[in-house]
Design a protein around this ligand. Structure first.
Ligand SMILES: *Cc1c(COP(=O)(O)O)cnc(C)c1O
Length: 386
């Protein structure tokens, strides 16, 4: 008997991330918060910025929170505070967004790429050891590690921290995608020397423009970071005690974030429910994400792995059906024009190369309705089984 081909009625294209529904949910609260800033007129480092830093500290437990202009500056400011410079090597993954390594190059230091685990997409401890040796072979001084919590899931800090300690490396967590998650009972924001996050509109906790923050328990470091974000100011910005940047967060963005923070815990729960549904429906046709026991993810992306030969066709077919997907990241940094000149750990990064061909991220946001999710799942299954 011939199986009947499923009839797909053309339906409207789905959003990859739905900010409109979130905006509707928040009603006039954000509008009112923005209007208050327009009325008081303290647009830069105004009262909302201080209030946000206090709320973020309460949320994640970090003693010090220094908000800043974006997630890239958040990373760069920590490196500036540590006086990273030429001759220094900073270890980081290659399978990440360019900003992770970009800030290292800003300061004249050398990124040394480390491979990732094929299941979590986060740093591989064995490759980190190799990367430290590689840095030394290149005559560089390994000074620090930037660990990325890719797609919202914290890196395996229990394996990374002893290696950093043994080699005298500071640990900076690139939590641009993972703020709100936790690692074996430790909240993101409280791990390592410092944690950097981003509030770019597509991140789990996001503003309506650019924004970022640094978290640390080190009061002395926080003091230097606050100076660096305002041109290296001393007693005021006309007293310059170090070379800094203009890296401040706008009061309007802080006002938006204060409102969004109120619904953030509920949004994280919604993300978890959506992922559980995706995983159940797709586990037999693709490799679905798993979070190790005791940790949580905020699911900045819902990323599955498929056979490399099938990936690009799947992207194209889903697009035709109005289902947007994304490939994070098609080209690891050690393959990028601007970044390939820097050393890789050991004999190369086979896992980064492999997973770059297999990953595909599906629509993921707290307001994905069951009907829309069923449509996505059905399309993915049909395309992978054909
Ligand atoms: C988004 C992102 C950044 C940079 O954040 P911006 O706010 O866009 O500067 C850095 N690292 C990772 C892993 C990111 O996903």
């Amino acid at each position: 008997m011939l199986a009947r081909k499923p009839v797909t009625t053309p339906s409207a294209a789905l959003p990859f991330i739905d900010l409109k529904t979130q905006r509707k949910r928040m009603g006039a609260a954000v509008d009112a918060a923005i209007l208050r800033v327009l009325d008081h007129g303290q647009f830069i480092l105004g009262p909302e910025v201080r209030a946000l830093e206090a709320e973020l500290s309460r949320f994640c437990g970090a003693k010090e929170v220094v908000s800043c202009a974006n997630g890239t500056d958040a990373l760069g400011l920590v490196l500036m505070a540590r006086e990273v410079g030429p001759g220094d090597a900073v270890l980081c993954p290659s399978f990440t967004f360019a900003a992770t390594a970009e800030v290292v190059v800003w300061l004249g230091a050398t990124p040394v790429y480390v491979d990732v685990d094929p299941t979590t997409f986060n740093l591989d401890a064995k490759s980190l050891e190799q990367g430290i040796a590689t840095a030394k072979q290149h005559g560089l001084k390994p000074v620090g590690l930037i660990a990325v919590d890719l797609f919202g899931q914290p890196a395996d800090y229990d394996t990374l921290e002893p290696i950093c300690a043994a080699h005298g490396l500071w640990l900076l967590s690139d939590a641009a995608q993972s703020f709100g998650a936790s690692y074996r009972g430790r909240k993101v924001g409280t791990i390592g020397l410092a944690t950097a996050t981003s509030f770019f509109p597509s991140k789990p906790l996001a503003c309506y423009g650019d924004g970022g923050a640094i978290f640390t328990d080190d009061a002395e470091l926080a003091k230097v970071l606050r100076s660096l974000r305002v041109h290296g100011e001393g007693v005021d910005k006309y007293d310059n005690v170090r070379i800094g940047i203009n890296g401040r967060l706008d009061s309007i963005q802080a006002a938006v974030l204060l409102e969004k923070l109120k619904i953030f815990p509920d949004e994280i729960e919604r993300r978890d429910r959506i992922v559980a549904r995706y995983n159940e429906a797709l586990a037999d046709v693709a490799t679905v994400p798993v979070v190790p026991e005791g940790s949580t993810s905020v699911w900045a992306q819902y990323t599955i792995k498929v056979d490399a030969e099938k990936r690009d066709k799947l992207v194209a077919s889903l697009k035709e059906e109005g289902i947007p997907t994304a490939v994070y990241y098609p080209k690891p940094l050690h393959r990028q024009t601007a970044y390939k000149q820097y050393p890789s750990a050991g004999n190369g990064l086979p896992v980064s190369d492999l997973v770059a061909g297999q990953v595909i991220s599906l629509p993921m946001h707290p307001y994905l309705e069951p009907d829309d999710q069923d449509r996505i799942v059905e399309a993915v299954r049909r395309n992978l089984q054909s």
